[in-house]
Design a protein around this ligand. Sequence first.
Ligand code: MIC
Ligand code: SF4
Length: 645
Amino acid sequence: MGMNLVYKILGSHLIEGKLTAGTEIAIKIDQTLTQDATGTMAYLQFEAMDVPRVKTELSVSYVDHNTLQDGFENADDHRYLMTVASKYGIHYSKAGNGICHQVHLERFGRPGKTLLGSDSHTTTGGGIGMIAIGAGGLDVAVAMGGGPFYLTCPKVVKVNLAGRLQPWVSAKDVILTILKMLTTKGNVGTVIEYGGEGVKTLSVPERATITNMGAELGVTTSVFPSDEITKAFLKAQRRESEWTALAADADAQYDKVIDLDLGTVEPLMAKPHSPDNIGTVKELAGTKVDQVMVGSCTNSSFRDLMIVASLLKGRRVFPDVSFGVAPGSRQVLEMIAKNGALADIVSAGARVLESTCGFCIGAGQAPKTDAISIRTSNRNFEGRSGTKSAKVFLASPETAVAAALTGGIMDPRDLGIPYPEITMPEQFWIDDSMILPPAKDPLSVSIYRGPNIGDPPAAEPLPDAIKGVVAIKVGDKITTDHIMPAGSRLKYRSNIPKYAEFVFEGVDAAFSKKALENKKAGIHNIVIAGASYGQGSSREHAAICPMYLGVKAVIAKSFERIHAANLINFGILPLTFANEADYEAIGANEKVEINDIKAALMKGSDLVLKASGGKTVTLRYSLSARQRDILLAGGMLNYTKAQAK
Ligand code: MIC
Ligand code: SF4
């Protein structure tokens, strides 16, 4: 029986387990990446492991998220990251060199390799034929130390692409089409493998736009084959020797096959406030627009920016629209500067921004009250832009420019201008001088620690009985941004007691104070949630800070993969309702208890929650033996220490 591409790559990296969907496997990690927002905690944890040098083939530390430096905290963190990288054998990509996923694709991604990154959009690497997975910082730290990465062996869904995209329709519209079909819920434990004749019509950056937003589907990752197009991309990056051909066997098996004719894809948009709330640009046409932003790791490649520049050339941005452009990397910025396209963008009236995440994470460019903002990024969660009342629509660069030029949503096909032909360069501009290699003599490097850097907090062992209170009850689709706000709060990421003051800030501003008081009084905190709890970011602070506040269990209808793993790593029980209707049975502030936890976990039997009024609710969990032991030890760091004894 033939093998699919996903199992071929996983199989060649398998350390424990069998390739049987739904069972736990461990794989060897070849490459890691971190970014500054999750990186400081990852490296603090790596330091605590006492490993003298990373054991991966390649590890890169990027600074791209918090570069605004409105205070000393971010700059201090950058310096910490630079010195840690130098000492432990990690490459350091300086602020200004670009967004981690874009730079990694350009300079380091290699077909057939595994990449683990402390960022949910690490999946971008699937565009170049890698198994690239997002995880919490602690899992990445373990991988840097040479440890395997544990995951549930995925089901593999093939998206069989036929035909070719019509003019004015691009990769973003493809992934929005798939988000419309599959939504953001129910795809945990799946990997998407793209195949079919249509693959040949997509360049590597276009493939990467598609795999990038696999994170929004909630899949473990997505992957494209490595073919002549991949080879040409690597050659243009002067890395042809790193190419290898990779494809599924002709008779490969899949859990499901979805057919998509690229020729039928239309310009689409994700409406507020979820990436799967899809509408056609045609039906949304006429909506007045206040802000348009092009950039983010989804759509900031050379091709994307050339489309933007070609459409803007000789034209002007609509007077009352604020239009910003953030090239994804210094390579892209330098190339459009050298070929004149940047001048076309500037002349049209765009605000040219640093090559960073910036607007995408709410670090600057917050739109006006009640604004309609069109963005080429990947997430439009409420408040993520920095303005709670703003309505963010996600769209392709083509659709974004049409809105910037006309002041309203409009199908770009109705602009009445010819679709620009963009040819991919045979040679990209290569200058890696902003990527600092590690020191040859690690002893010569002393690590810089500013005053905002704290110690990673230790988790307490799991209690046998949780006796406490429902400190908060939330609904469906709670993102890690809801749990741990980003934007201006993120500068406290290296200081857990401070950052913990903002847990659930936008949902219940009193939560943090209340939870800490409970903890001090010996009362355990429990979170009750709906479906897809912990969507979005890989930010492990969404587990660490609640742990610091004394949260012992989260009971939800369902969890997203990365967040569930982070909860376990930090000793918080992720539990689900045996009967979803019981979500209604427990209210906020109710006193509850869960007894005999250890015996139940050892037997694998259900847990029972008793509420104050005498109601009982049956709770389930899905844990491997290893995860159970991590929880019993009180988190991954305690578990690792105990194993080392
Ligand atoms: C995001 O897009 O939400 C982020 C910010 O890149 C996060 C990482 C973080 O929280 O720092 C992600 O996607 O994992
Ligand atoms: Fe940065 Fe936005 Fe990409 Fe996250 S999604 S890595 S914030 S550009």
